[in-house]
Ligand binder design. Structure first.
Ligand code: F6R
Length: 256
């Protein structure tokens, strides 16, 4: 595990964008796993800037989003489809047919989950997976539980996640209670993973993720088993990490 602590959200986002850009430079037909939420917005802004400056070309890139709310059509302003087009896809040259996001409004959501897994397999897997983290340690919408899903499935959102995500809706009641989410094995099969976290409200979950015992009650702890994982943080999200608690092979770097 590699932990990089950046001064603030802006520098963290810039480094994340540089990591994505170097992935695409090395492999122009990369498959990217993408996240939504507040955290990756700065990274998406920077990627758009780099695209406009001719520093990055998305023409051959395929994207696979982690999740989508059940019951929201693609054009719903709170759907993750809408989020991705507004915050990234409309501004870059990714090909529409190369964009993959689970269809939350699919009539047969179980079939949609199976098809989504197949589309990732067909593309030969994800090269670089970008993740955010919930303050309860969820990744994608894999919520703390006794058992976690292996593959893409329909999941129930926890009260905590509904509360956290209600900031984007007119009221808490409007937040969907279910979502389609990549499973833990789907995520862990990515060749490289970069998890981003910013702010004090993520500090506890990050502490557990990097040094806690592996537990399905903090799904992000499973990332400790991945051979190519980078945890990219701002100082606030890193504030509870105790260096002594990190495993010997963990690389810890503070950028000034
Ligand atoms: C979003 C996703 C979620 C978020 C997490 C953090 O696609 O999979 O796991 O990454 O809920 O959300 P923010 O960044 O809004 O704090």
């Amino acid at each position: 595990m590699r932990i990089i602590v950046e001064k603030d959200y802006q520098t963290m986002s810039k480094k994340a964008a540089l990591m994505v850009a170097s992935q695409i430079t090395l492999k122009p037909d990369s498959n990217l796993g993408l996240a939504t939420g507040g955290t990756p917005l700065g990274m998406y802004d920077k990627l758009i800037e780099m695209y406009r400056d001719d520093e990055i070309d998305f023409n051959e890139v395929q994207s696979f989003n982690l999740d989508e709310y059940c019951g929201l059509k693609a054009d719903h302003p709170n759907s993750y489809h809408h989020y991705m087009y507004q915050n990234l896809f409309n501004e870059i040259n990714i090909q529409k047919e190369n964009i993959h996001i689970p269809d939350g409004a699919a009539e047969d959501s179980q079939q949609e989950c199976r098809d989504y897994e197949k589309s990732i397999k067909r593309a030969r897997g994800i090269d670089l997976q970008i993740l955010g983290i919930g303050s309860n340690g969820h990744i994608g919408f894999n919520e703390p539980a006794e058992n976690l899903n292996v593959a893409t499935e329909v999941v129930d959102l926890t009260e905590e996640t509904i509360e956290a995500n209600s900031r984007y809706f007119d009221s808490k009641d409007e937040v969907p209670k279910k979502a389609i989410s990549m499973g833990m094995a789907t995520i862990l099969k990515a060749d490289r993973i970069v998890l981003l976290a910013s702010g004090k409200n993520k500090a506890e979950a990050i502490k557990k993720t990097v040094s806690g015992k592996i537990s399905t009650q903090v799904p992000a702890t499973l990332l400790q088993t991945h051979p190519e994982i980078t945890i990219l943080l701002d100082q606030e999200a890193a504030s509870l990490i105790n260096k002594e608690d990190l495993s010997a092979d963990c690389h810890f770097e503070i950028c000034e």
